[in-house]
Design a protein around this ligand. Structure first.
Ligand SMILES: [Fe+2]
Ligand SMILES: [Fe+2]
Length: 164
């Protein structure tokens, strides 16, 4: 993708392309996860996060425009792997409760990956004096964190208890 990473700008560009690919993959994957979820709150959670994810894609496009970067053309292999593992789980035979617990486990792995990516990218943008970009990235970061917290609460208070 890059001949050489020379500056923090290059690194930010790489991170943004990776996130852009990851989010686009998630726009496709989240409806499948939602349709597999048996618990209404979990299904709703996935649907809400799908709408957020579509906004996150737009936010990245806005950032690309601000920085004059084309974010297309890269594939986030880590997200491909996380989604593939999630799909493997979804094809297993499982009781409703256990499937919901497994969906949460897969979704939290995904959120943690995104949290890491956005945290790093936001920090780079700040260091580069791109405050507007940093603010947009932080906005998405807090959505990912909020989603992770909601999944955690659902798992701990309800679904994992039912799955025992
Ligand atoms: Fe996201
Ligand atoms: Fe997310």
């Amino acid at each position: 993708m890059f001949d050489k990473l020379e500056t923090l700008d290059d690194l930010l560009e790489m991170q943004l392309k990776d996130l852009y690919s990851a989010e686009n993959q998630l726009v496709k994957a989240l409806p499948k996860m939602a349709s597999k979820a048996k618990d209404g709150r979990l299904r709703q959670g996935f649907e809400t996060h799908l709408r957020e994810t579509e906004k996150q894609v737009e936010r990245l496009e806005q950032i690309g425009q601000t920085l004059g970067i084309d974010l297309d053309g890269h594939t986030c292999k880590a997200m491909e792997g996380l989604i593939a593992e999630g799909q493997e789980t979804m094809s297993e035979r499982a009781t409703d409760e256990v499937m919901d617990a497994a969906l949460i486990a897969a979704a939290q792995r995904i959120e943690h990956y995104e949290i890491s990516g956005y945290g790093t990218a936001a920090h780079y943008a700040e260091r580069l004096g791109q405050q507007q970009v940093a603010t947009l990235l932080q906005q998405t970061l807090s959505e990912e964190q909020h989603t992770d917290t909601k999944l955690n609460e659902l798992a701990k208070n309800y679904i994992n208890a039912k799955a025992v």
